[in-house]
Design a binder for this molecule. Sequence first.
Ligand SMILES: Nc1ncnc2c1ncn2[C@@H]1O[C@H](COP(=O)(O)OP(=O)(O)OP(=O)(O)O)[C@@H](O)[C@H]1O
Ligand SMILES: CCCCCCCCCCCCC/C=C/[C@@H](O)[C@H](CO)NC(C)=O
Ligand SMILES: [Ca+2]
Length: 566
Amino acid sequence: MERPGRLLLLSELRVRNTAYDVSLSRSLLTWKRRISSPVYHPFRPRFCVPSFPRRPDSGVCHSVSVSEIISVREEEEENSSRQRDDGSWKKIKEREGKDCRQAFTVLYVERCRQHRWRCAEVTFTCPEEALYQRWVSSIREQLASITSRPKHLLVYINPYGGKRQGKHIYEQKVAPLFAQAGVSTHVIVTEYANYARDHLRTEAELKKFDGVVCVGGDGMFSEIIHGLIWRTQIDGSVDPNCPDQTLLPSSLHIGIIPAGSTDCICFATVGTNDPVTSALHIIVGDSQPMDVCSVHHNNTFLRYSVSLLGYGFYGDVLTDSERKRWMGPARYDLSGVKMFLTHHYYEGTVSYLPARGIVGTPRDAAKCRSGCVVCQHNGQLLSKRAENYTMDEDSESDGEWRTIRGKFLAINAASMSCACPRSPKGLSPAAHLADGTTDLILVRKCSRFDFLRHLLRHTSKDDQFDLTFVEVHRVRRFRFTPRYCQSDSDLELDLRENGKRQIFSQICRDHPACGCAPAYSSWNCDGEILTHTAIDVRVHCQLIKLFARGIEEPTVFEDLTNPCAI
Ligand SMILES: Nc1ncnc2c1ncn2[C@@H]1O[C@H](COP(=O)(O)OP(=O)(O)OP(=O)(O)O)[C@@H](O)[C@H]1O
Ligand SMILES: CCCCCCCCCCCCC/C=C/[C@@H](O)[C@H](CO)NC(C)=O
Ligand SMILES: [Ca+2]
């Protein structure tokens, strides 16, 4: 809990007819129930007392960080209105032609179970109007001084994501909160896939907005980052097709209102998939930087990825599930079981550039949490390296590239934990949101039983990497070439290493009807299927910023004082 600093106001106000000592500093609003004193002066105002408030040793004490106040609402005095003939209400309690109001309501963030936030409110009644005016304007002044809060937002709604509830969720749960917080919005309901991406690329008047909000799932978020990142590069004369180019970060923050099937980006950055919680993070102007991977094929840009790039199992699950989109989120479960039973493996070569000099490993017990020091440290390190950059340090000549050839059930690159309700710890539990690396997970050919053990460990406390057929590397860049695309020299190498050249998988690629295992899978890139299998992936550290703060560790203080959290 923050120390309050110098008090701006300290008064005796009433909350539900009980006297409270209420104080406001630049950082905290505090209200503490008064304990009965020998001489009681109701509503005695005191101003600017330069002291730290007494410890909450007796009476109930509530504190709210000013940064988590949503707004202040002026209340009408009870019985102060009378109905006009036309049915509308007119205030009758007037003093010298001015409205006489004495109660105001503060709307603020309250933490509930499992990282959920709610908009709570408390109404204070003042003994006199001058004091009321002073309180309302002081709180508003403090809120106005927070420059990180968005005032104008561009909102895209996918009406067909998840359970097709995007529009309803936005109208019922989010729009009223934005209105209460005084955030203006320009809302666009998308008409077809890639509508939002293309609008952002070419048409949107981005200068008018402080941020972009997407209402939908991971696929919709992907559209938004594609539009924004592309637009930023074109405006800044950076060629997005060149994999070695350092990309320019967008100045706009992105907010996610979860209304999709997996919503793993929202879950991994907020800790829950709850539209109200996300709306509140947007309103208070939270900021969470995030890494973005660029995916290229032969020096041609394919896509960006922020969560999972998965070849083999997750690529096949996605390909199969796209045919079952009508089933909604359940399609992933059905395709997951089907692809598990199919048990296809794929041959190819993975080369990667290990992340060196950075803090953290994929097997760490510590997780990426709000204010993560690993992300801060590595972010600073990588930006310093970028400043001193004279040649392409990620290039082949670096000599640090490592190569692995083999048969894989899955090749996954997790740039963040990829936690979601299906797997609350995620594909790579210790991966970081903004450390400039991705965790490359290689699951080699093994028995169905062993693969099931690996998969089930995504849902339990056991370590999914602690298996002989699984390896994980924290990398800055990697490449994959499926076996059928390998050059003659690579195939020669395979022949020498394996003794016998197996060409059947190559043949079966051209004869899918033969019933043999297919030679190649597809890449699942944040829920979209890539058109190429041979790819070159590079992590761009902290390229985008979200209206989020990472998953918060629950504090003992919150658990004890917040009745909603117990
Ligand atoms: N108006 C639209 N009509 C059809 N498709 C759309 C429309 N707007 C967006 N899309 C596309 O719908 C796809 C799925 O959207 P979204 O990510 O919101 O939901 P989801 O796939 O159910 O959830 P998740 O990605 O979290 O699994 C995206 O690829 C997006 O490009
Ligand atoms: C046979 C039992 C299987 C249990 C396995 C549980 C493992 C679940 C792990 C889910 C990870 C999801 C990672 C998220 C990827 C998203 O980018 C993408 C788009 O929303 N979602 C999917 C499902 O591809
Ligand atoms: Ca990362």
